[in-house]
Design a protein around this ligand. Structure first.
Ligand code: HEM
Length: 919
């Protein structure tokens, strides 16, 4: 709308004496918001967008509920129209009127907020640890648009076997065989930066280096913030685990510390808080993913020195809580810990890297390295079928006697292995093996082989046809189907399987874990583009792009070009002749940051007992309760083969996942046997270890973590209490108890208002944030600054609708989920037939052979394709076909009725009314 016209409307309203009413009505707010226009992208991190939009915008996008929410520390967009379930949608006349539709404003507004956050995260939260940071920081001070794209630190070193092949001492550029497929160690994904994302590269950071390792108290701001209260065992990690993480049990005997009954009786019971709209497959899926992306351990161990894990005698009657002072764990590997060099820009001194750095012991790419390997050792565990080396070895195939595709072989004595792994399946990444990992590894090994088989069928039918594949050494020469070797086909299958996995994760897992309309749209846009698919939001996003171009000065900036890309990230730049042309590192080399590992500590998702079902004998009956602890390591392999993959699929698919909250960690993980450590107890508390590892790796504590990521800080533990709950509700009483518990563990102090505690943000009035967090000098304040990041995000009771994770974790994902797509050549410019073949590209785009297949029903108002994981399961475990028929998203419990618009209800679908889990 034209600005003069808008002013005219307001003046007229004023003249008619209705100014005040109109101004604070939804209409008036929208007018005022429209006049205000769109915000610009911040040029200083302290001025960034914090998810708060101002009263007019909030009212326009979500009515009074959104305005009230602006007083809380939490994001506003989840209160916009249509961002929740059915009741969040406005109805009545306006909802039917195109541009006046509040639901449209709500969704567009949410997407805009998410987009601003993503842009500013890319701009302010990249801190590379491999020595490139100083140049990056200096380039940010100059005119935008000339972000660095190659780095000397990412050249192959002299002693690397491929040093000469990429150009030796001269300019390095990967070529030929090194760029055709995903390499074992991850080198040459970026042609000009051979080392990027490869094994043994340092993890990056998403927070300023000065904010890392607060325990070291190296600078004044950090000392002010924590007042010398922190230490590796301070507060005690095992006490935190026992007091804040333990799942309370109505019957201790029935749960038996997570071990259930000896005979797997269904009478056993381990209570846990569940997320009704996500199943247990989602828990093991994400563990399967993390093993592809990152690991701090080498072959399942750290450095040889053991260290204590807390539960010290002094700590608050610790032993009475059931913790164990004699537990020990091996210390984390540290790559660099010499004092970090520093440099200055203006008056400010900055570190060139974090005080300590750690290496990613797997490739950082989404390359299926947990299946296919990431170094010579892991590669030896990957078995290929001697009868067809394009395939992975699956045992039933060896005898040829069974029609079913078979199972992965077991580790042989000659395979490199940690003794703990004896008897489990041979895969590249074998650590923390369990029934869920066995499930997904077997499924994708089968998928690999099915792709090979279909490809061979196609090749046999048209042997002389052009496959689309090209050899970069002779790119003009067409490669016919019949010319493709078994080794090439193996690598093509790896590309296809890895891309399918990335797609499943982006549009199926994430959209169920973050179950609402804005995230559904955002994730689909991430994958396949928004503008052509969802015209509803196209205008809004164009505005962001316009703003970006304006505030950065040039249309050629890295940010601009990435966001202006209508077709989504996947395949970006694949129309360009330059095969590296689609990648975008935003000026800083890609690797995961340590904070990402923190955000993926999702152990509460795992139940203690699996409700076991039999596909052939009434899926609605829970026949046994099998303890997860009895399906670990070699026992997983045994259980997989004994009961069969179809029954495990059914059981994991129907059971609800553990909610990511306090008091909800698996009991068995508090008492996990770790014989390899040879410590007095032979056990560890994995949850205490989660806390301890984060401290070893210098994760900032919760409040600074939020400030660094562009979220509002909390001012005390009571801020965790959901203000929208009624004062007498049981939920509120429980949250109040948790706030008291946090206070008991983390304590309080008398604040000193002269102490500045952060430079990441300022108060709303522009003043510095101090130890008093807005309270009068000398007040007693909660030690909210000391709260461990993971404890904080688990305590977030106020979450966007359908969010299994917290808004703090979301912030970490927004940034890194985008980056791992943007930076990967095989998911951007090299996603094309020259690398994948025509058949491979079709397979990824259409979720398998045979073209696009649509679901019979709509989902939340969208016509959708049969989901990629459903297609994979239908192919690899055909016995599931009837069970999967009504399933729309494989990570939604299979017997649940999805209801209307993003319902979270636990209600049986038709045919599953007798399912015992609904009783
Ligand atoms: C039966 C299931 C599981 C077992 C037995 C298990 C066990 C463990 C253990 C022992 C560690 C500590 C390694 C160390 O630092 O020394 C660990 C770390 C971790 N676990 Fe789990 N876990 C399980 C499931 C999961 C799931 C479902 C997730 C979900 C994402 C997950 C995510 C992680 C992450 C992110 C780490 C840190 C890895 C790193 O430092 O590189 N785990 N787990």
């Amino acid at each position: 709308m034209n600005r003069q016209l808008l002013y005219g409307v307001l003046i007229l309203a004023f003249l008619f004496g209705t100014y005040s009413t109109v101004r604070h009505s939804r209409f008036g707010s929208c007018v005022a918001y429209a006049i205000g226009g769109f915000r610009t992208v911040a040029s200083d991190r302290a001025d960034r967008f914090l998810g708060k939009v101002g009263e007019d915008t909030a009212r326009c996008r979500g009515g009074e509920a959104a305005v009230r929410w602006s007083q809380t520390p939490w994001l506003e967009w989840p209160r916009y129209w249509a961002a929740g379930a059915e009741e969040s949608r406005a109805d009545g006349l306006t909802a039917k009127l195109g541009f006046l539709n509040p639901n449209r404003r709500g969704i567009n507004g949410a997407l805009l907020d998410l987009e601003y956050q993503r842009i500013e995260l890319l701009k302010f939260n990249l801190f590379d640890n491999s020595g490139t940071y100083e140049n990056y920081a200096r380039s940010q001070e100059t005119a935008a648009g000339d972000l660095q794209k190659t780095w000397p630190q990412l050249r192959l070193p002299k002693d690397h076997p491929y040093f000469a092949a990429v150009g030796g001492e001269g300019a390095q550029k990967c070529a030929g065989e090194l760029i055709r497929f995903r390499t074992l160690t991850g080198i040459c994904n970026d042609i000009f930066n051979p080392l990027m994302g490869s094994v043994d590269q340092p993890f990056g950071r998403n927070v300023e280096f000065e904010a890392t390792f607060p325990e070291l108290s190296e600078d004044e701001i950090v000392r002010n913030r924590h007042g010398g209260r922190l230490g590796p065992l301070q507060p005690d990690p095992q006490v935190i685990s026992r007091k804040l993480f333990t799942r309370a049990q109505p019957s201790l005997a029935k749960c038996n510390d997570g071990r259930g009954a000896a005979n797997n009786s269904p009478e056993a019971s381990c209570a846990y808080r569940m997320a009704a709209y996500v199943n247990v497959l989602a828990a093991f899926w994400i563990q399967f993913m993390t093993h592809d992306w990152f690991s701090h351990l080498e072959e399942g161990h750290n450095e040889p020195t053991l260290m204590p894990m807390g539960c010290s005698a002094q700590s608050d009657h610790a032993k009475s809580l059931g913790c164990r002072p004699e537990d020990r764990i091996d210390k984390s590997f540290v790559a660099e810990e010499a004092p970090a060099p520093s440099f200055t820009i203006g008056a400010r001194r900055r570190l060139t890297r974090a005080p300590k750095t750690m290496l990613n012991k797997v490739t950082a790419w989404w390359d299926g390295s947990q299946i296919y390997g990431y170094d010579e050792t892991s590669h030896q565990r990957v078995k290929r079928d001697p009868r067809d080396p394009a395939k992975l070895l699956l045992e039933a195939n060896l005898s040829g006697a069974q029609a079913q595709p078979g199972y992965l072989p077991v580790l042989q004595k000659s395979d490199p292995q940690n003794p703990q792994w004896a008897g489990q399946e041979a895969v590249a990444f074998p650590d923390n093996w369990n029934i869920g990992l066995s499930f997904f590894h077997n499924v994708f090994a089968r998928e690999h082989n099915l792709f090979v088989e279909e490809f061979r069928r196609k090749a046999a039918a048209r042997p002389a046809a052009d496959s689309g594949l090209r050899d970069p050494a002779a790119p003009e020469r067409a490669i016919r189907y019949q010319d493709i070797s078994a080794d090439e086909l193996f690598e093509i299958a790896r590309l296809v399987v890895s891309a399918e996995i990335a797609k499943i994760h982006t549009i199926e897992w994430t959209t169920q874990m973050l179950y609402n309309e804005p995230l559904y749209l955002a994730m689909n846009a991430n994958w396949s583009g928004l503008l052509q698919k969802h015209p509803l939001v196209d205008a809004a996003l164009e505005k962001v792009i316009e703003q970006l171009a304006r505030s950065e000065g040039k249309k050629s900036t890295a940010w601009y070009s990435a966001f202006a890309a209508g077709p989504g990230i996947f395949g970006l730049g694949s129309d360009k002749p330059d095969i590296n042309g689609g990648v975008n590192h935003f000026g800083s080399p890609f690797n995961f940051p340590e904070e990402f590992i923190n955000a993926y500590r999702l152990h509460p998702m795992v139940p203690d007992l699996i409700e076991f079902r039999d596909l052939k004998n009434d899926s609605n009956v829970i026949r046994a309760k099998i303890a997860v602890v009895n399906t670990l390591r070699g026992k997983a392999t045994e259980a997989m083969r004994r009961y069969g993959i179809a029954d495990w699929a059914l059981s994991l698919g129907r059971q609800r996942v553990g909610a990511l909250t306090l008091h909800n960690h698996p009991l068995f993980l508090q008492n996990l046997d770790m014989p390899r450590l040879k410590s007095a107890t032979g056990k560890i508390d994995v949850l205490a270890l989660d806390i301890l590892r984060d401290r070893e790796r210098g994760i900032p504590r919760y409040n600074e973590f939020r400030r660094q990521y562009g979220l509002k800080q909390l001012t005390g533990f009571d801020d965790f209490i959901d203000p929208s709950l009624s004062p007498n509700s049981a939920a509120r009483a429980a949250q109040l108890r948790d706030a008291t518990l946090l206070r008991e563990i983390y304590g309080q102090h008398r604040c000193d208002d002269s102490k500045i505690i952060t430079t990441a943000q300022k108060n709303d009035d522009g003043s510095a944030i101090t130890d008093c967090l807005g309270r009068p000098n000398g007040s007693v304040v909660d030690n909210i600054e000391d709260l461990d990041a993971m404890v904080g995000w688990l305590a977030e009771s106020t979450r966007p609708h359908g969010f299994a994770i917290s808004e703090t974790q979301l912030q970490v994902f927004i940034l890194n989920a985008s980056r791992r797509l943007f930076s990967d050549r095989f998911l951007t410019s090299s996603f094309r037939p020259a690398f994948y073949t025509d058949f491979g590209v079709q397979w990824v785009n259409h979720n398998g052979p045979g073209g696009k297949i649509m679901e019979k029903v709509k989902s939340n108002g969208h016509a959708i394709e049969v989901s990629p994981l459903k297609r994979v399961l239908l192919r690899t475990i055909p016995e599931l076909s009837a069970e999967l028929d009504p399933v729309v998203n494989v990570f939604d419990p299979w017997a649940r009725d999805r209801g209307e618009y993003y319902s979270l209800e636990w209600k049986p679908r038709r045919g599953a009314e007798s399912d015992m889990s609904f009783k």
